[in-house]
Every structure is written in structure tokens, then in C-alpha cells.
Design a protein around this ligand. Structure first.
Ligand SMILES: Nc1ncnc2c1ncn2[C@@H]1O[C@H](COP(=O)(O)OP(=O)(O)OP(=O)(O)O)[C@@H](O)[C@H]1O
Ligand SMILES: [Mg+2]
Length: 310
């Protein structure tokens, strides 16, 4: 649904998007991750036909952003990072306005607006003034607006920014739901853990260059050193000697005491934890908690972007 090849955009000397290539299919939620100024919004604006690239090509459902702007706009919904403010409009009037702008026949507008209100959980707010909505509701209204013309492709630029934890979870489930409906979504964010949970694939961009694209599992596999286990002992235990015993095992890369915990890093490729437990029991260490720690998306991000940051 989205096919970008060697896309490049310059602002004077600055290369905002640098020979970017990626493709996103239907039903895919592509998490677009990158620090400030990486080129995420610029890429989305090009896809939304709001900005022309200097080099390369971008296609949406086979249509070229340079030539087929009008047709792309009919199948694509773009939610910018900054929602314009509309005074003196209710939620319902606001959505009716966009339904009219998208030339949805008058007889169908009521049904269409009702269904997007329902999907974004804003039915109860239809009579509220747009500028009185909380930030989270405004973001949901932004999503409702881009759904009006039933686009197949959605570009959401930081839809979760400024939201409280509950609103974030709601936004995440809304995005997951849209993916399940078969839509192709590109979602940008700095909030890595959040994108990890809802994305079916991720792309990491920095200084206009794509550093990684693939599944979350692939990103994690690249950075996964050894698995890490944090063990909290019960009562007083000689963690130093327990660490020394474990460190002598070839399945253990490192073992050390840290903040009253025993931290064990397994040799890369080693997945069994059980021997660690057994050895500690033999050494007489009583265990209050035993917690294998998952590698987080943040770790993946930091490792994958390290090269470009240096
Ligand atoms: N209209 C413009 N004129 C000049 N420079 C621009 C313009 N738009 C973007 N840039 C520059 O291009 C680079 C990429 O910007 P972009 O907005 O795409 O980044 P981003 O990844 O969306 O960042 P953020 O996370 O802060 O939203 C930045 O250095 C920015 O200053
Ligand atoms: Mg941006």
C-alpha cells in the first residue's frame, strides 16, 4: 500500500529525508520511530502529497505522489502532528464539515459521522465544543476526522503525544483495531515501548536515514546480547560468592551483585534459566524473586542508533 524508494527531501543544505526506502502492506501497523528532526513528519507530508520530494519516488496503492495527488487524497487519511484549532464548532458540526468537504452525499453524512464517533468513542461528546475537549479527546477527534472518507491508508503523526496513560492505551487499542480492519497505518512516535506494543513492524529513522526496518522481533534479535536475570535473595546472602560460582559456568557471561540483587547475564544464545536456580539453591541462597528481564524496545533503539549518533 505504501512503497517508498530512495526518497530524498532537502531544505537548503539540510537533507531531511535521505534516500529512504520502505514498504508497508495492508493490515500492517508500521511504527515510525526516530528522534526530533529525524524526518518522520517530512516523509508523511510527502506521502500525503503536501510536499514534493527532490529525488526518489513514493507510491500509495500504486499511485504516484507526484502525479496522482487527487486520487491519493481520496484513499489516504493524514493526521498532522498539530491539529488546527476550530472555535465555535461542536464535535458533530466539525465532522459534518469534513464529510461535506470529502463530498460524501448529504443522505449518508449522518451515518458516516455516527460510525466514526462510535469507533473513536466520542458519541457522548458530539454536542461538546471542539475547543473544550481535553487533549486526548481532541486527538481522538483528529483520528475520527481522517476516517470520515474511509481511507485505506492512514498516516498518524504522533497521535499519542501529550496524552495521559489512559488516553494512550485507548489510542493504542484504536490503532490496533484499525489495523485489524485491514487498513495500512504508518504511526510516528518517540514513545518506543508504546509503538512496540501496537506495531506489526517498525522502522527506525535518524537524520533522514532509515537505520532499520523489520519486525519488532528482528529488531530485538539484533541487539539481544545475553538474557538478563535479576534475583532478589531472601534475608542475608553472600551474593559475591554466589556471583563468583555462577560466573564460572560457561552458560553465564557475567554475574554480579547490584543494589542487593544478584544480576546474571547469560551467554548469548543461552535461554535456559533453570540451572541458575538450581546452583543458587545448592549454594544455600534463598530466593525471594527471580525475574528474567526482556530486552526492551528502548534498548533496541539505542543500540541501533548508536552508530549514527557517534
Ligand atoms: N519546511 C521546512 N523548512 C526547512 N526545514 C524543515 C522544514 N520542515 C522540516 N525541516 C527540517 O527537516 C528536518 C526533519 O524534520 P521533520 O519535521 O521531518 O522531523 P521529525 O522526525 O518529524 O521530528 P519531530 O520528532 O521533532 O517531529 C528537521 O531538521 C527540520 O528542521
Ligand atoms: Mg514530526
Amino acid at each position: 500500500m505504501i512503497e517508498i524508494t530512495n526518497l530524498t527531501k532537502r531544505f537548503g543544505d539540510l537533507v531531511a529525508v535521505d534516500h529512504l526506502s520502505l514498504s508497508i502492506g495492508p493490515g500492517e501497523v508500521f511504527g515510525f520511530i526516530g528522534p526530533n528532526g529525524a524526518g518522520k513528519s517530512t516523509t508523511m507530508k510527502i506521502l500525503a502529497c503536501l510536499m514534493k520530494p527532490d529525488e526518489g519516488s513514493a507510491r500509495v496503492d500504486g499511485l504516484d505522489v507526484m502525479r496522482d495527488g487527487d486520487r491519493i487524497r481520496r484513499i489516504l487519511g493524514y493526521m498532522p502532528d498539530f491539529l488546527g484549532v476550530y472555535d465555535d464548532l461542536t464535535v458533530d458540526e466539525y465532522l459534518q464539515f469534513f464529510a461535506a468537504a470529502f463530498e460524501i452525499p448529504r443522505s449518508r453524512r449522518r451515518t458516516v459521522v455516527d460510525s466514526v464517533l462510535e469507533l473513536t468513542d466520542l458519541t457522548g461528546k458530539r454536542k461538546a465544543m471542539v475547543d473544550s475537549l481535553s487533549r486526548g479527546m481532541q486527538q481522538r477527534l483528529g483520528v475520527a476526522r481522517v476516517l470520515i472518507h474511509e481511507p485505506k491508508v492512514l498516516l498518524l503523526d504522533e497521535p499519542a503525544s501529550g496524552l495521559d496513560p489512559r488516553a494512550r492505551i485507548e489510542m493504542r487499542s484504536l490503532i490496533t483495531e484499525l489495523g485489524r480492519m485491514g487498513k495500512c497505518l504508518m504511526v510516528s512516535s518517540h514513545i518506543l515501548t508504546e509503538l512496540g506494543e501496537m506495531s506489526t513492524s517498525i522502522g527506525i529513522i535518524e537524520r533522514g536515514r532509515l537505520l532499520f526496518a523489520g519486525s519488532l522481533a528482528e529488531a530485538l534479535a539484533r541487539v539481544r546480547g545475553g538474557e538478563r536475570i535479576a534475583i532478589r535473595p531472601e534475608g542475608d546472602a553472600d551474593l559475591v560468592s554466589a556471583a563468583a560460582t555462577l560466573a564460572a559456568d560457561p552458560r553465564v557471561a557475567r554475574a554480579f551483585a547490584e543494589d542487593g540483587n544478584l544480576v546474571v547475564e547469560l551467554t548469548p544464545g543461552e535461554h535456559g534459566h533453570h540451572f541458575v536456580l538450581e546452583r543458587l539453591m545448592v549454594s544455600g541462597v534463598r530466593i525471594a524473586s527471580f525475574a528474567p528481564q526482556a530486552v526492551k524496545l528502548e534498548d533496541a533503539f539505542l543500540t541501533l542508533t548508536k552508530g549514527a549518533l557517534q
